[in-house]
Ligand binder design. Structure first.
Ligand code: TA6
Length: 277
């Protein structure tokens, strides 16, 4: 593991002995690159991403906490994705590499959200696998209530040809209309703007894209958000190139529908794992 500079921001470069690699910014504890052993990048990063204090980075894995989307009074997706985290540890073992980053409440966070907390994000890579874990500890005296998600931008060759399997029969809320539906297809294909929150998702999901696939698992994060802005909305997002919508699909693991209620002194964790095939 090595401290590096990534577009002017401090970052950690993880390299496992088997060749798997990942790059995590201290800014937002934002994972910006993951290459399983074999070397192909599996996360999407926007060519127009901004790497500035106080701005979220477009692509990779933004962390949404303590509010997913616009479900409450906080800024969209909360306030930890554009804040500087500290490195707790980064190391490589015989067949893995991992890093842990931490953020604790400060005067600035308490001004937005009057709570004491400690959150840690760990990233572990080995061979074809990426494990991400978000841990939240309530270090205050009152209960905490929050929603959270790992807003993963998966790189695809062509979004229109990608198939997301494993959601058949599952209930979802279309976040564009607010309507509930039940998915009846054998897979989800993307040919228009799509923002769906699947509830109580079963594992695993499989994203087939070109001749490769990605297994997607979540633990303790029962909601799966599937997002692609498609052409017209993509054109309104300043830090995405016009054709970017063809290059990614967000498959996000979250605890959204039922906010997490955390008594004083207690902890919670949620995970998303990706396996390249
Ligand atoms: O997770 C889907 C979503 O909430 C979309 O509605 C879209 O806004 C997207 O996330 C990106 O949000 P951002 O604040 O990063 O532009």
């Amino acid at each position: 593991a090595q401290d590096i500079d990534y577009h002017g921001l401090p970052a950690i470069h993880l390299r496992a002995p088997d060749g798997a690699e990942a790059i995590i910014l201290l800014h937002g504890a934002h994972l910006v690159s993951w290459k399983p052993a074999g070397g192909e990048e599996r996360l999407y990063m926007s060519e127009k991403a901004l790497f500035e204090d106080g701005k979220p980075v477009r692509g990779g894995v933004p962390i949404c906490f303590p509010q997913f989307g616009k479900t409450g009074p906080l800024p969209q997706h909360g306030f930890v994705r554009d804040r500087s985290w500290e490195k707790v540890s980064a190391r490589a073992g015989d067949d893995f590499a991992m890093a842990v980053l931490r953020l604790t409440d400060s005067e600035a966070t308490r001004a937005l959200w009057p709570h004491a907390f400690k959150i840690e994000f760990s990233v572990a890579i080995t061979a074809s696998r990426l494990d991400m874990e978000l841990e939240v500890e309530n270090t205050g005296e009152a209960p905490l209530r929050f929603t959270a998600a790992l807003h993963t931008y998966i790189r695809v060759k062509e979004a229109e040809e990608a198939h997301l399997e494993g959601l058949r029969g599952q209930q979802y809320r279309d976040l564009l209309t607010g309507q509930m539906h039940s998915d009846s297809g054998t897979f989800v294909a993307i040919d228009r703007e799509t923002t769906r929150q699947y509830l109580a998702t079963e594992n695993p999901l499989l994203l087939r894209d070109d001749r490769r696939a990605l297994g997607i698992n979540a633990e303790n994060m029962p909601d799966t958000v599937v997002w692609n802005p498609w052409e017209a909305t993509c054109a309104t997002i300043a830090d995405l190139p016009p054709s970017a919508f063809r290059r990614f699909l967000c498959v996000e693991a979250g605890a959204i529908e039922s906010p997490v209620e955390l008594p004083a002194g207690e902890g919670w964790w949620g995970r998303q794992s990706l396996v390249a095939m």
